[in-house]
Design a protein around this ligand. Structure first.
Ligand SMILES: [Mg+2]
Length: 172
């Protein structure tokens, strides 16, 4: 069976779908960005794959484990899904060269500004490059998008759905 090729929205996590309060490791610390679920639903309805791609150097720094990161992503996806918003998949990079936890200290092309996470998602999913884009709150998110020739949109916080609606309006 051929899977349907669709454009993708690559969303940074911290600072985009939730506020970035620094090294987010547990659900109790998550404060959702206004209209985050609505924004993701809008992308689902418009025919986009929706992916998260997130640096999680807190693992390398010993603030939380890789397993905790997975649990948090899964919790967030479940919370969103209960509101009809589907995250198709996600990638995160636990590595950081200045960390302290053995096994996570190598430099990785997955770590933004590297584009390894986007490339990996594009390998595992039928992504149509044309029309795909990224949203992030840092210049490193923009650099990762640029590295794979995707438009990057810098989000300063606020109503995520209004921001996404603006992007989609300009795609047509
Ligand atoms: Mg961020």
């Amino acid at each position: 069976m051929t899977r349907l090729e669709k454009p993708a929205a690559f969303l940074d996590r911290d600072g985009v779908i939730n506020y970035d309060d620094g090294y987010m490791g547990t659900p109790d610390r998550i404060r959702w960005m206004p209209n985050a679920a609505k924004a993701i639903r809008r992308l689902n309805d418009a025919g986009y794959h929706v992916f998260l791609f997130s640096n999680q150097s807190g693992v390398a720094r010993g603030f939380f484990t890789e397993q905790a990161v997975v649990l948090l992503f899964d919790w967030m996806r479940a919370e969103l899904r209960a509101q009809g918003a589907v995250i198709d998949d996600y990638r995160f990079c636990p590595h950081h060269p200045q960390g302290s936890v053995e096994g996570y200290l190598q430099d990785s092309d997955w770590r933004k500004p590297g584009a390894g996470m986007i490339r990996d998602l594009m390998t595992h999913w039928p992504v149509r490059h044309a029309g795909s884009f990224a949203i992030g709150d840092r210049s490193t998110d923009m650099e990762a998008a640029e590295a794979v020739n995707l438009p990057g949109y810098l989000f300063a916080g606020g109503d995520l759905d209004a921001f996404v609606a603006g992007i989609l309006a300009n795609q047509r």
